[in-house]
Ligand binder design. Structure first.
Ligand code: NDP
Length: 279
């Protein structure tokens, strides 16, 4: 009998992760007798977990908060996105060596490709927030050819760190500058946690955004964030953040199970139902 391939999502906590629903759907759809397990590892044990992963019989897996930096440090080799972002969320084995990637960046791009493919013609963007997820967004924007990316953050020092890291196409700003910066942006991306469940605050004033801009939020709980609701009410094109979550999962599945899975409306509905069951 063929060996059963095992993969995982590892975090602390990890109960909230929707990744098992995504990979479980793809395993079933492709008739693969593999598994995708949820594993909670405390930070003190994470380097041991990474070192022993292959011996434990895993083909690879995903790392989520707070382990993406430890995964970065623990792999033998990394893709270009992971190197630039400084975090690894997907690992697999190649000839006994552990390889790490950051699939949040291509996940972000693939979601926009699905729902607003014209985003690639844009050159000016405003990125609201300067946390871990903002790094993945910056990588994707620069990779897509954006030449003027303005990072707006409550703490300007954190935005400046990103501008220093990503180079001259990225600039750093405090929140007071947002209105002016939004006026000619082709794309506006919220990466702040504002707008998450029960938090009705807007990360920016949508009246400053020009009519032809695309507005996207990487927060996906709720699916329609206050920013997206306000942007839609103004007649702007919007893209929600769930597709980023779905797309970031696909490269890992291909590495572990050998098939590039599809992000379909059926998968999206299934994950929405899964989120509603656990909310
Ligand atoms: P971080 O904690 O690293 O960063 C949070 C950001 O939000 C910082 O820029 C922070 O500003 C800002 N922020 C928080 N509270 C406030 C506030 N009250 N006012 C203004 N700014 C605020 O988080 P991540 O970057 O890891 O994640 C951000 C969001 O993105 C989360 O909601 C997460 O769920 C979502 N996400 C979605 C993904 C997807 O697949 N769709 C993938 C990854 C993340 P400051 O620096 O000043 O504190």
């Amino acid at each position: 009998m063929a060996e059963r391939i095992r993969a995982f999502v590892c975090g602390h906590p990890v109960a909230h992760s929707r990744s098992p629903a995504i990979h479980g759907h793809w395993l079933q759809r492709h008739g693969i007798a593999g598994s995708y397990e949820r594993i909670d590892v405390v930070p003190e044990r994470i380097s041991v977990f990474i070192a022993e992963m292959a011996a434990q019989g895993f083909a690879g897996g995903n790392f989520t908060i707070p382990h993406k930096e430890a995964a970065f440090a623990g792999v033998d080799r990394r893709d270009a996105a992971a190197e630039m972002i400084g975090a690894v969320n997907t690992v697999w084995l190649e000839e006994g060596r552990l390889v790490g990637a950051n699939t949040d960046a291509p996940g972000f791009a693939a979601n926009l490709d699905d729902h607003a493919p014209e985003w690639r013609q844009g050159r000016k963007a405003v990125v609201l927030g300067a946390g871990g997820a903002a790094r993945a967004v910056l990588f994707a924007l620069l990779d897509a050819g954006f030449t003027d990316v303005r990072v707006v953050n409550r703490s300007v020092a954190r935005a400046r760190e990103l501008a220093d890291r990503f180079g001259p196409r990225v600039s750093a700003h405090g929140q007071a500058a947002a209105g002016e910066l939004l006026g000619d942006a082709d794309l506006v991306v919220n990466t702040t946690s504002l707008g998450m469940d029960g938090n009705g605050e807007l990360p920016a004033d949508v009246t400053s955004i020009h009519g032809g801009a695309i507005v996207t939020d990487i927060v996906y709980v709720p699916l329609v964030t206050p920013l997206l609701a306000a942007a839609t009410a103004r007649g702007l094109k919007t893209v929600d953040g769930l597709g980023m979550l779905l797309h970031q999962a696909a490269p890992g599945f291909r590495r572990w199970f050998g098939i590039m899975p599809e992000v379909t409306p059926e998968l999206r509905d299934l994950v929405i139902a899964d989120m509603e069951r656990h909310s």
